[in-house]
Design a protein around this ligand. Structure first.
Ligand code: CMC
Length: 437
């Protein structure tokens, strides 16, 4: 059979085109030959928000949004969450294969060796106000690491990239814990190498005067699973940001800082914090119908619902719902869970949500668990960022090895004025005050 093509005919010129199809996709550049006038630029595609544009090829994460499937390197998320540790999943995402026991032991050891941060980091963090948002602290402090690891600019060296990836994965929990303790005015706690990745994070967060922190095993497992669930999600807003920033050959600290900045937004990772604010605002069961009415009238969004890719139950939300009861056995029940379950029940029976295929996403239940563990809502997105750091880095690594790698530089459809005569300042009419930017 001939190679598959898409046959296009241009009614403006009467010309026909055979556009090659590969992996059910056509290359946007193949459309450039379609022109009304030979002098013109050629045809582009217009896709605000990139709803139907593949910006890269990838072999890391697979999502089937209609069926609610998520796999890392081919392995179902359910199995990884049940069986693996987060560091094991980090290895899988970065290197493409699950580690053997001895590879995992070495990897865990390497991570432990890099958990400390330079003492100057404490000084940067001390400069933040006591009520600074921890995501703001994370974004700035990770960017500041670029000044400490100047070797990170050597992005062409795979060995060097590996070192920076290791540093970032290892240090994110330390920086996150410092941000947390800074908000509380507590002294920073150094990492404890006897503990696992997640247990050590708990140690750095919650250790007080005791000589050795004893992490609760159920909470440590729950937090570890939450990191796994957040570890990657293919070309989401923050990962695309990572690819965009590093496409200019910026170092990975700047890339991760920018990606974390994108994650901070309430339509992305910031939704977990927004869900808790929303639940607090709703406050009681009787107020749910009115809240849903406001959502349907377009006055607000049901935070933690809906997804660009999932048009079915987000498998991560399903797993998180399952963890909630285990956590509550240790911490006591967070009463907001009942409110959330009722919101979900009502929404899933409502035509508005059914028609638009809006289901709970990863952020709908995670905050309720985090709150039960003792985190304030401002820390929720920070926890997301710790988990997602490996995803950003795995995509960076893949991108650096991609023979089709180019600087990200989208086109635009210019709809502004054509050339105008310049107006001298005295002759300008001016705008109404209210229309000024
Ligand atoms: N509540 C109410 N209506 C919604 C919601 C929602 N949460 N999400 C989408 N819709 C409606 C939207 O109004 C639109 O309706 P209409 O067709 O009548 O205009 C339709 O559903 C399609 O929405 P969209 O905004 O075009 O969808 P999108 O793919 O551009 O946005 C989203 C995806 C996740 C930004 C959006 O669903 C949303 O804002 N959800 C709430 C925020 C949230 O939970 N974000 C976390 C996402 S998962 C984790 C992550 O990405 O980090």
């Amino acid at each position: 059979m001939d190679d598959p093509t898409l046959k296009l005919s241009d009614s403006r010129t009467g010309k026909s085109f055979d556009i090659p199809i590969s992996n059910s996709t056509v290359r946007a550049m193949d459309l450039r030959q379609i022109k009304e006038d030979p002098e013109e630029f050629g045809m582009m595609t217009y896709d605000p928000g990139y709803t139907n544009t593949a910006s890269c090829t990838s072999r890391i994460t697979y999502i089937d949004g209609d069926k609610g499937i998520l796999r890392y390197r081919g392995y179902p998320i359910e199995k990884l969450a049940e069986t693996c540790t987060h560091t094991e999943v980090c290895y899988l995402l970065l290197y493409g294969e699950l580690p053997t026991q001895s590879e995992l032991n070495n990897w865990d050891l390497e991570i432990k060796r890099h958990t400390m941060v330079h003492e100057n980091v404490k000084k940067f963090m001390d400069g933040f106000l006591y009520d600074a948002h921890p995501m703001g602290m994370i974004v700035s402090t990770v960017a500041a690491l670029s000044t400490l690891y100047r070797d990170a600019k050597n992005i062409q060296s795979r060995t060097n990239r590996r070192l920076q990836q290791l540093r970032l994965i290892s240090k994110m929990p330390t920086i996150a814990a410092y941000a947390y303790r800074h908000s509380l005015g507590l002294p920073y706690v150094y990492p404890d190498p006897d503990l696992s990745y997640t247990e050590n994070f708990m140690n750095m967060l919650w250790r007080r005067a005791e000589p050795k922190f004893q992490p609760n095993a159920v909470l440590a497992k729950a937090l570890d699973v939450l990191f796994i669930l957040h570890a990657d999600h293919e070309q989401n807003c923050s990962t695309s940001t990572m690819r965009t920033i590093t496409s200019a050959n910026a170092d990975p600290y700047i890339g991760v800082s920018g990606a974390a900045g994108a994650l901070y937004g309430p339509l992305h990772g910031g939704a977990n914090e927004a869900v808790l604010t929303m639940l607090d605002e709703i406050g009681s069961m009787e107020k749910i119908p009115n809240f849903i009415k406001e959502v349907k009238e377009g006055e607000r969004r049901l935070m933690g619902f809906g997804h660009r890719v999932y048009k079915n139950y987000d498998p991560r939300a399903q797993i998180i719902k399952g963890i909630a009861d285990q956590v509550f056995e240790v911490t006591g029940k967070n009463p907001k869970i009942e409110l959330a379950r009722e919101l979900e029940r009502i929404a899933l029976e409502d035509d508005y949500f059914i028609k638009r295929r809006l289901y709970p996403n990863v952020d709908f239940y995670s905050g309720i668990i985090y709150e039960a563990m003792g985190f304030s809502p401002e820390m929720f997105t920070v926890l997301f960022a710790i988990g997602r750091t490996v995803g950003w880095l795995a995509h960076w690594e893949e991108f650096m090895e991609d023979p089709e790698r180019r600087i990200a530089r989208p086109r635009q459809l210019y709809l502004g004025s054509s050339e105008r005569d310049f107006v001298e300042i005295d002759a300008r009419l001016g705008k109404m005050q209210s229309e000024r930017p």
